[in-house]
Ligand binder design. Structure first.
Ligand code: S3P
Length: 426
């Protein structure tokens, strides 16, 4: 286990570009592997999660070649995915496991998907049960990984999901593209829509019926594509909150994904009084891309009543709440309990270590803003908790030691150096 000591102080200043969006990178790799020809992906996410998707595809015969900072994926259509020789290790990556379950359920092959301890605790019934509606044959271990997939013929269906989930919806779309007829997926609330955007940009038979319903038809193959993956909006959130909470800061993040589903956290920060602006500069394969500019201002507490589009950002919003005046509340966020860690418990433990007054509820958190002392914190093996602690440490009184720092590599291996660059530039 590696540790980091973060000293408080100093504003953050400057302009940065971030590694590619994790969610889009998974999808770009998966779709490139079933496209016809060589797709070139630039600025692919550098973290371990996306590496898991890549090695999984390589284990099934897909060639991925590194050249000058880009990855060329040699796709040869859905038919050329071959049976893996051994169980596929998805590591910590729920997105890898759930999306592969959808992709592989329509291939004539057997595969077993395994994960690390955290992933093996996370619910898989939520993806397996709806896939079974299309005829998928997948066995779980009591609703958890390992998943044993016996791929085969799928038949399109109308599927109503019990919860909004970008991963589950994407798994169904990947299965639906291989199923006969059409597949319609309906969710109780909108979830992130990177898969639909990319499929539509590539000319695949995908129709958005409304913001909660999407339909796909059968497709043999996709055209190859080149994609410069926009910067990760969730990684940006750590720097945005750092700049919004350390006096004197002024930071611009360039080339970042500005998909409304991914930057809803900025609206929460604005409600808290943050000075944040976004500018869309271009569109890349259906995704808006541009700048986020943030300047320090004092924040005030708020109630976060809807988790739509912000589930991954709730821990870092809780850090913002810890610096704000007054009390903030996060409600109706039980989904946090089934993330890489139980993030209601781990976020509260992290803030508590800094001396913040924090209380957990069944489905959320109550945080009272105030001064923080330096702390000794453990990441609980969760990348977002480790980065939250580093941000909370910047404006604490005294140094902070963060254990389990290696978890950061799951999504944002360069986080520490980006933070150092912004602090040095001040
Ligand atoms: C993701 C969707 C979200 C998110 C996860 C990535 C995706 O999970 O929390 O980090 O890439 O589609 P759910 O599918 O559980 O909502």
């Amino acid at each position: 286990m590696s540790r980091r000591v973060i000293d408080p102080g100093g504003p953050l200043r400057g302009r940065v570009r971030l590694p590619g969006c994790k969610g889009i990178s998974h999808r770009a790799l998966l779709l490139a592997s079933v496209a016809d020809g060589r797709s070139v992906l630039r600025n692919l996410a550098t973290g371990e999660d996306v590496a898991r998707t890549r090695t999984a595809l390589e284990a099934m015969g897909i060639e991925c070649i590194d050249t000058d900072g880009s990855v060329t994926v040699v796709g040869r259509g859905f038919d050329m995915i071959s049976e893996p020789d051994a169980p596929i290790d998805c590591g910590n990556s729920g997105t890898t496991m759930r999306m592969l379950a959808g992709l592989l359920s329509g291939r004539p092959l057997d595969a077993v998907l395994v994960g690390d301890e955290s992933l093996s605790r996370r619910p898989m019934g939520r993806v397996v049960e709806p896939l079974r509606r299309l005829g998928a044959r997948i066995d779980t271990t009591d609703g958890h990984a390992p998943l044993t997939i016996t791929g085969g013929v799928l038949v399109g269906a109308d599927v109503e999901l019990p919860m909004a989930s970008g991963q589950v919806k994407s798994a169904l779309l990947l299965a639906g593209l291989q199923a006969s007829g059409t597949t319609t997926v309906r969710e109780p609330a909108p979830s992130r829509d990177h898969t639909e955007r990319l499929l539509a940009a590539l000319g695949a038979p995908v129709t958005r019926i409304d913001d909660r319903t999407v339909r796909v038809g059968t497709i043999g193959a996709l055209d190859r594509f080149d994609y410069e993956i926009p910067g990760d909006a969730s990684s940006a959130a750590f720097l945005v909150v750092a700049a919004a909470t350390v006096p004197g800061s002024e930071v611009t993040i360039e080339g970042v994904n500005l998909n409304p589903q991914r930057i809803a956290y900025l609206d929460v920060l604005r409600t808290m009084g943050a000075d944040v602006t976004t500018t869309v500069v271009e569109e890349r394969l259906g995704e808006p891309v541009g700048e986020i500019a943030v300047r320090y201002t004092a924040l005030r507490g708020t109630t976060i009543a809807s988790t739509e589009g912000i589930v991954d950002e709730l821990p870092i919003l809780a850090v913002a709440a810890a610096t704000a005046t007054g009390t903030s509340e996060i409600v109706d966020a039980a989904e946090l309990r089934v993330k890489e860690s139980d993030r209601i418990t781990t976020t509260a433990a992290m803030l508590d270590a800094f001396g913040t007054e924090v209380r957990t509820t069944e489905d959320g958190l109550v945080v009272r803003g105030g001064p923080r002392r330096g702390a000794t914190v453990d990441s609980a093996g969760d990348h977002r908790i480790a980065m939250c602690a580093a941000v909370a440490a910047l404006a604490a009184d005294g140094a902070t030691t963060i254990g389990g720092w290696e978890a950061v590599d799951v999504s944002f291996p360069g986080f520490e150096s980006v933070l150092a660059t912004l602090r040095d530039a001040a």
